[in-house]
Design a protein around this ligand. Sequence first.
Ligand SMILES: [Zn+2]
Length: 68
Amino acid sequence: MSECMQCKKELTYNEIGAHKKFINRGSTSFLCKTCLARTLGVTVGDIDEKIEQFIQQGCTLFTAQREF
Ligand SMILES: [Zn+2]
């Protein structure tokens, strides 16, 4: 079980995947979508859209089961 390194929110599988994808694949601590979006200067909607695309591509860092 991981939590966001900034706001301590519990992370979903896809949030960890997004962090690996957007920041660093080798990361061992992670940001939630909200903090990640703020860090990247994009919206949470943008992150969701990208996650959706990665799922379509079959990227194993993400799951279509959203709350896993
Ligand atoms: Zn956070």
